[in-house]
Ligand binder design. Structure first.
Ligand code: ARG
Ligand code: ZN
Length: 880
């Protein structure tokens, strides 16, 4: 059944305090709760029965104010427990039995490699005990945990440790108290045999905080990077947002089986091991950056999420969009800002644009859902972050900070809405965001069609901007968006000073050569005066809005931007537009049976990049990479997966041939034997070196294969080893089986490394990969109950290996549907996420469409579909 935002009502009851007692056992666990409830004075309904959420619980007893309830005093239907007659305020005592050992959904209380842990967001708490499991019911929690001392020496929950006690029969007990009222989704419990790495942080006002990272003993050597990232994040939030930590303890726990990346439970963050553990020998540069980003993200939630939380789950982007924006700015400050921006834009323009164009398209604040777990999406998170970034751009950094200060001050301790956030920004800045709110309510990727006209006589340059937005499910017509368009005009000698006729820009640079236009109408012109030469416009600088931009650049204009734009994003994007044009020409050439021969000017520009040692190596690497197949699938319609793949590969090979010497010299120049550090400079060098090697490998020459083998065998860090392994696996080299075997032997005791081993094989572009993947499903190291393994093998194959997933016989589609049906029973959240590639069926060629649809229909016909899978599969088959 569908839930609507417009049906929101304040809760009929409030829970002033919550006491929980857990008796953790091997077969089952007992949960006893005491809830101090009272009617909500703000509710219109003062005689409502008490309705609590609960699912998969065995109810043992219920009592109100000490009196046990008879069976006729309560009733149960679906997820609802109803107690008809309750006083205005009372104490409810409840005892339930649960079976964490059998909980494969990884939601609620479950076991992961011998340890008990919880995941309650969004609606997992109802699998622990009966409760008002909604984020606008906030309560002060006291938690008692009783468990076997030798199996579970560490017992953790939120807040402060207030008591520990030895009990008879080898049991022990701890009691935790969290002084901050919180919704149930922020509750957490951990019990297990864990080792700990400890450090301290002293806040700006002098509070000394104990920082602890709990891991399995074998992982103690992989915590340094997370700890450093945590301390950097704590300092950064003080400096940039004025936000200090508010308790004496901050705990992080790493667990192997986890549906998502991590969870911001108050003072007890629980992490997927993949987002906390890192060391150079086992973790790639991307892995190090992910740890830094996720540790910061969860820490930042302490303010943007916990101190100020969401009124209801439609407001999810309130905390996630804002927190992703915050962690992106943090990562940008810690590393290379342009590279971080390009990476984020790439994710947005592939995954998020695809979501916006697909059957599950939704605004960053959805207005209905069947299963909230399906809305932890790139739209809510990443597009949500872009919306906050646009507010930042429109207000400028100082007013934005005033706005965030006001937001935290006004709403500390409250559960609020996206509207409250925007209002605080408006009130603090005096800037009108009325039309801007359309970003919260309208789905779809807006399109900007821009044209430029130079009038030599009048010495003026006119930009005409048209905006439109395609229809999405349930939204045929869209009102115009308020779009911040950052731009500069580039002349022969650099950026021109800008004088806008009859219009107020929002912000401009000190030297007056960059400004942000507010585009508000469906068609609008902007005239610049005193322009003495025909300029090349540098548009959407820094990717100032999440839109598709169309400007009819000539090749020479793009070359000028690629060579000299001072905006890193636009410079990179010009290289991508040139690459896109070459790929389109290659597609046409191959279809006509002709050779692929790229424009010499394009090749020369790439040659210049490789030779220019003054450039950031990471930027060179990014600019040398042609637009990904995933991005091309958002641009070229209908998508001919195989045609695109072959054209792109052919073009890469021609480039490699033409630039053979430069690539080879570049590789040698980037080699180094310095000690590994995950800093921007080293990461850049490794990235360029491996980009060069990947191109050289296409030449199929023995000397380059030998280079890859040497890199695979000799390098001490996982970035270089895994890159070499990837190129070998995708080559014709007969060393690849040996490489895979050596790698497995060396790392078989490191699950996170074995995941990378699965992933490299699942992503191999060569024919026969589906059979390899099917074979690996019965490998002893594979476990379909572990989400990281599922993502590494099945997820990577179906989501990141276009040519093999889209095999013309449909075997890839059938494989995915089979796996979804298996996971539908054990872990619905993972099942519905895995299904996503099939739901995009409408954009492919007719033959593929038919095969994909047939598999979706087979899934839909399954009698016992979870709400998660049902929502995705049924919506993907609906017409819109
Ligand atoms: N709040 C967590 C984060 O973004 C993610 C929780 C995801 N939970 C879920 N059921 N999908 O940091
Ligand atoms: Zn988050």
């Amino acid at each position: 059944s569908t839930i609507y935002l417009s049906d929101y009502r304040v809760p009929e009851f409030l829970i002033d305090s919550t006491s929980l007692s857990f008796e953790l056992g091997e077969a089952s666990s007992i949960v006893r709760s005491v809830l101090e409830l009272r009617r909500n004075p703000e509710s219109d309904i003062q005689d409502a029965p008490l309705q609590l959420h609960g699912t998969e619980l065995e109810l043992i007893s219920l009592a109100i104010d000490g009196r046990r309830l008879g069976d006729d005093e309560w009733s149960q239907s679906g997820e609802q427990l109803t107690i008809a007659n309750v006083p205005a305020s009372f104490s409810l005592r409840c005892e339930t039995r649960i079976r964490p050992q059998d909980n494969t959904s990884l939601e609620g209380l479950y076991k992961s490699s011998g340890m008990f842990c919880t995941q309650c967001e969004a609606e997992g708490f109802r699998k622990i005990t009966y409760y008002l499991d909604r984020p606008d019911v906030m309560s002060v929690f006291t938690v008692e945990i009783i468990a076997d001392q030798s199996r579970y020496p560490v017992l953790l929950s939120n807040g402060n440790l207030v008591a520990t006690e030895q009990l008879p029969d080898g049991l022990h007990k701890t009691v935790w108290q969290d002084p901050f009222p919180k919704p149930a989704y922020l509750f957490a419990l951990v019990a297990g045999k864990l080792s700990v790495v400890e450090d301290q942080f002293v806040t700006l006002s002098g509070r000394s905080v104990d920082l602890k990272i709990y891991v399995e003993e074998k992982d103690l050597d992989k915590c340094d990077h997370a700890m450093l990232s945590l301390k950097n994040a704590m300092r950064w939030d003080e400096e940039v947002y004025g936000r200090e930590y508010d308790l004496d303890i901050f705990n992080i726990v790493a667990v192997d089986d986890f549906n998502m990346g991590a969870m911001e439970n108050k003072s007890l963050n629980i992490f997927n091991t993949s987002c906390v553990l890192a060391k150079p020998e086992t973790t790639t540069d991307a892995g190090f950056q992910r740890v830094e980003g996720v540790v910061a993200h969860e820490y930042f939630h302490n303010w943007s999420g916990n101190r100020v939380t969401c009124r209801d789950w439609f407001q999810l982007s309130l905390k996630e969009g804002f927190t992703v924006f915050r962690d992106a700015e943090f990562s940008s400050d810690m590393g290379s800002p342009t590279v971080k921006r390009v990476e984020d834009v790439t994710l947005l323009r592939t995954a998020q644009f695809a979501e916006d164009a697909g059957p599950m398209a939704h605004p960053i604040r959805p207005d209905s859902f069947i299963e909230i777990s399906n809305f932890y999406t790139v739209t809510v998170y990443e597009k949500g972050a872009e919306v906050v970034r646009m507010i930042h751009t429109l207000l400028g950094p100082e007013l934005f900070r005033k706005g965030s200060d006001l937001y935290f001050e006004r709403h500390d301790g409250q559960a609020v809405t996206c509207e409250d956030f925007v209002l605080a920004m408006e009130d603090a800045s005096g800037i009108d965001l009325k039309q801007f709110r359309n970003w919260y309510s309208q789905a779809g990727t807006p399109r900007l069609d821009i044209s430029g006209r130079y009038d030599a006589q009048a010495q003026s340059y006119t930009l005409t901007v048209k905006q439109s937005c395609p229809a999405t499910p349930g939204q045929a017509e869209k009102a115009p968006f308020h779009i911040p368009l950052a731009l500069a005009l580039i002349g022969e000698a650099g950026q021109l000073p800008l004088q806008l006729v009859d219009a107020e820009p929002n912000t401009e640079t000190a030297d007056n050569t960059e400004l942000v236009l507010s585009v508000r109408q469906s068609e609008q012109s902007f005239v610049f005066s005193n322009i003495q030469e025909e300029p090349v416009p540098s548009l959407l600088r820094g990717f100032s809005a999440p839109v598709k931009l169309d400007f009819d650049y000539s090749r020479d204009q793009l070359l000028r931007l690629m060579r000299s734009d001072s905006d890193g994003f636009c410079r990179w994007d010009a290289s991508q537009q040139l690459g896109l044009a070459e790929i389109k020409r290659a597609i046409t050439a191959i279809a006509a049976g002709q050779e692929v021969c790229p424009d010499v000017e394009y090749i020369n520009a790439c040659r210049e990049l490789l030779g220019d040692t003054s450039l950031d190596a990471a930027m060179v690497a990014l600019m040398l990479q042609l637009p990904s197949e995933a991005y091309l699938a958002e641009i070229i319609h209908p998508v001919d997966v195989h045609g695109i793949h072959h054209a792109r590969e052919a073009l890469r090979k021609v480039l490699a041939t033409a630039l053979r010497e430069e690539l080879s010299a570049c590789y040698s120049r980037c080699e180094s034997d310095e000690e590994y550090a995950a800093n921007a400079e080293q990461i850049a060098r490794r990235s360029l070196k491996n980009t060069a090697l990947s191109l050289l490998m296409l030449l199929n020459e023995e000397q380059f294969t030998a280079l890859a083998i040497k890199q695979f065998e000799n390098s001490g860090n996982m970035t270089d080893r895994l890159a070499a392994l990837t190129y070998l696996v995708n080559s014709e080299s007969n060393y690849k089986a040996k490489a895979l075997q050596l790698f497995y032997q060396q790392w078989q005791h490191e699950p996170l490394v074995i995941n990378q081993w699965f992933q490299v094989q699942a992503m191999c572009r060569l024919a026969g990969t589906l059979e390899t993947v099917q074979g690996l499903m019965s490998h002893p190291a594979f476990d379909i109950r572990n989400p990281n393994k599922v993502r590494a093998l099945i997820g990577a194959f179906c989501g990141q290996n276009g040519v093999n997933f889209h095999r013309e016989d449909g075997a890839g589609y059938r494989f995915l549907a089979d796996q979804v049906l298996v996971l539908n029973r054990s872990n619905p959240q993972i099942a519905s996420r895995l299904l996503v590639p099939l739901t995009k069926w409408r954009k492919y060629l007719p033959a593929a469409q038919q095969l994909m649809r047939a598999e979706l229909q087979r899934v839909l016909a399954e009698p016992e579909l979870s709400s998660d899978v049902y929502e995705v599969v049924s919506k993907s088959l609906q017409d819109y």
